[in-house]
Design a protein around this ligand. Structure first.
Ligand code: PAF
Length: 286
C-alpha cells in the first residue's frame, strides 16, 4: 500500500493507475476504522481495479462544542487494517494540506442539509460537502462509497454531485453501502467506543425500537403514534434525550406524516449519556 500525505505524491500515484488503464474507487473516512469501514473497502474492491482510502479528521465538520480533539485517532492501526484488506493507496493529508492559509471556500447544500442532524449541528454538512468535494477533486475516483448509516450525509453528497455536475465520480457512481450492525443490532460507529458497558447494553434498544416502528408503519400504523411509542421505548431503555425521530422522503429528506409513493426512511438521533447515536432504516411499502 502506498501512503500519500502530500498532494503531489497522491497525484503521481493516481496518474500511474490511470496510465495503466485502471479504474479507481475511493472510500473517504475519518479513520478509527471498524468493520463498517472495512465493508466499504471490500465493496470498493469489487467495483474497481484500485482502491484508495482517505483518512482525514475534518475539523470543519465539528462544531465548537463537539468532540474534534477527543475524536479517536489511530493511524498505525488503521494503516495495518487497510494493508490487510489489500488497499492500494492511503491518502492521509494534514490539516495544512487540506486547508492552507487563506482557504475561503465553503460548499453549502440547501434543503437536504437543513433538518435532522443539520438542525442540531449547524455547519456540519457544509464541512462535509466541502471536504468531500475536495477529496473527489484530489483523487478523482470513478466511484466513491459511503455508509448508509450516515443517510443524510449520503443524501447531501449525492445532491452536491448532481448540482455541481461532478464527473469524478458522477452522482450515480456514489454508492451507499448498507449499515453494518453488531450482533444485537447496534449500528457500528467510531463513537460506540465512548459508551460505558451499561450504556452499550442499553444502546441496543435503539435498533430494536426502530425495527418495531418500521414494522408498525409498514403494517399501516399511525406514524405520529408510532414515533411517540419509539421515543417512549428509548426513554425507558435509558436514553437521556431524542434529538429527532421522524420519517422522511429517502432522497429529499422532506418530513412525512404518512407513507407516499416514494421510498421513505426512518431517521433517529438519540443521546445516551453524552454520546449521540444516529441510525436509519428503510420503510418498505406493504
Ligand atoms: O463519514 C465520514 O467519515 C466523514 O463525514 C467523511 C465523509 C469522511 C467526510 O469527512
Amino acid at each position: 500500500m502506498q501512503t500519500a500525505t502530500e498532494l503531489d505524491v497522491l497525484r503521481t500515484t493516481v496518474a500511474a493507475f490511470r496510465e495503466a488503464g485502471e479504474s479507481l474507487a475511493l472510500v473517504p473516512t475519518m479513520g478509527a476504522l471498524h468493520e463498517g469501514h472495512l465493508t466499504l473497502v471490500r465493496g470498493a474492491r469489487v467495483r474497481a481495479d484500485r482502491v484508495a482510502v482517505s483518512i482525514f479528521v475534518n475539523p470543519t465538520q465539528f462544531g465548537p462544542n463537539e468532540d474534534l480533539d477527543a475524536y479517536p485517532r489511530q493511524m498505525e492501526e488503521d494503516a495495518r487494517l487497510l494493508e490487510a484488506e489489500g488497499v492500494d493507496l492511503l491518502w492521509a493529508p494534514g490539516v495544512a494540506q487540506m486547508y492552507p492559509e487563506g482557504f475561503a471556500t465553503t460548499i453549502s447544500v440547501a434543503g437536504v442539509s437543513e433538518g435532522f442532524c443539520g438542525a442540531s449541528r449547524p455547519g456540519h454538512f457544509d464541512g462535509v460537502a466541502t471536504v468531500v468535494c475536495k477529496l473527489f477533486n484530489q483523487v478523482r475516483p470513478d466511484v466513491a462509497l459511503f455508509g448508509e448509516k450516515d443517510w443524510q450525509q449520503l443524501a447531501v453528497i449525492r445532491r452536491m454531485a448532481r448540482d455541481l455536475d461532478l464527473t469524478a465520480p458522477q452522482a450515480d457512481a456514489i454508492v451507499g453501502v448498507p449499515t453494518v450492525r453488531e450482533a444485537d443490532g447496534l449500528a457500528m460507529s467510531s463513537r460506540n467506543r465512548y459508551l460505558s458497558p451499561e450504556q452499550r447494553k442499553a444502546a441496543a434498544a435503539l435498533p430494536r425500537a426502530m425495527r418495531e416502528a418500521t414494522e408498525r408503519i409498514e403494517a399501516g400504523g399511525d406514524v405520529g403514534a408510532t414515533l411517540q411509542a419509539l421515543e417512549q421505548a428509548l426513554a425507558e431503555a435509558g436514553f437521556s434525550s431524542v434529538d429527532y425521530a421522524d420519517i422522511a422522503d429517502a432522497a429529499s429528506l422532506a418530513r412525512l406524516d404518512r407513507l407516499g409513493e416514494a421510498p421513505a426512511r426512518l431517521l433517529v438521533a438519540a443521546r445516551i449519556g453524552s454520546t449521540r447515536l444516529i441510525d436509519n432504516m428503510a420503510i418498505d411499502k406493504a
